[in-house]
Design a protein around this ligand. Structure first.
Ligand SMILES: CC(C)(COP(=O)(O)OP(=O)(O)OC[C@H]1O[C@@H](n2cnc3c(N)ncnc32)[C@H](O)[C@@H]1OP(=O)(O)O)[C@@H](O)C(=O)NCCC(=O)NCCS
Length: 217
């Protein structure tokens, strides 16, 4: 059994925190790509391309090659879009973590430490609505998952919210983050509302964000 401890973020954790977040998020690129390819317009486009090429070339080789190329292109484009999102996060609150999660602003950032290294991260910042806290940047190194690190990080945020007299803790998840959603539901969060990202790509990919909420007494 691996022993771990949750402690406040220190400046020397900066690179490890960014690496854990970026690695954890980049794991979702393949499932995001699959999600996009399952959309009716994508299936229709692939199906029509295949049939048209089959009818015109009268050979299986060309349509199979074309579909393979289209799938590789889709994988590349989704990968690029997802990397751009991760880069935006790294350039946002994860650029200067100490400042973005300053206690004087009612925020806080924690890391989980095991085997003398950082293995998990989570942050909390006041939400737009008064008295609500946003849980952010939850991630655990792959080889330390399933050990309760994520649960402990989540509970740490809930305890912080209670101490600070918050009404609720909120967080956002994407439709492909199944482990994270299961973890939040086990912690007692409930699905508050759901929306499709209000961009062209968000609608094309049917990119759905579920907002979870935990009400504190
Ligand atoms: C979501 C995440 C933080 C969970 O971290 P974790 O430390 O594995 O969480 P826990 O160990 O506390 O709980 C995971 C649950 O999955 C189970 N599990 C078992 N093996 C597992 C494995 N190899 N990986 C993940 N979960 C596993 C655990 O038993 C536990 O269930 P239980 O509470 O019923 O026992 C982690 O999967 C992760 O970093 N994912 C990538 C980043 C991400 O999606 N972040 C969330 C952004 S909203």
């Amino acid at each position: 059994m691996v022993e771990f401890q949750i402690r406040p973020y220190r400046e020397e954790d900066h690179d490890a925190v960014r690496e854990i977040f970026a690695t954890g998020m980049s794991e979702y690129a393949p499932s995001l790509c699959l999600h996009v390819l399952r959309q009716p317009w994508a299936l229709l486009a692939l199906g029509c391309t295949f049939c048209l090429l089959l009818a015109s070339a009268r050979s299986l080789l060309l349509p199979i090659l074309a579909i393979t190329l289209l799938l590789a292109l889709a994988r590349h484009l989704v990968g690029c879009a997802w990397s751009a999102y991760i880069d935006r996060c790294l350039a946002d609150d994860l650029r200067d973590i100490g400042a973005a999660y300053a206690e004087s602003d009612g925020a806080h950032f924690w890391v989980a430490e095991a085997d003398e290294r950082v293995v998990g991260t989570v942050g909390a910042r006041p939400a737009e609505a008064d008295g609500e806290l946003m849980l952010k940047r939850m991630a655990v190194r792959k080889d330390y998952r399933g050990l309760g690190v994520g649960t402990a990080l989540g509970r740490t945020v809930l305890a912080f919210a209670r101490q600070h007299g918050c009404r609720a803790v909120m967080l956002n998840t994407l439709m492909v983050q199944h482990e994270a959603r299961a973890l939040y539901e086990r912690l007692g969060f409930h699905q508050h509302h759901r929306y499709v990202l209000p961009t062209i790509y968000g609608h094309l990919a049917n990119c759905t964000v579920t907002v979870y909420r935990y009400d504190l007494a």
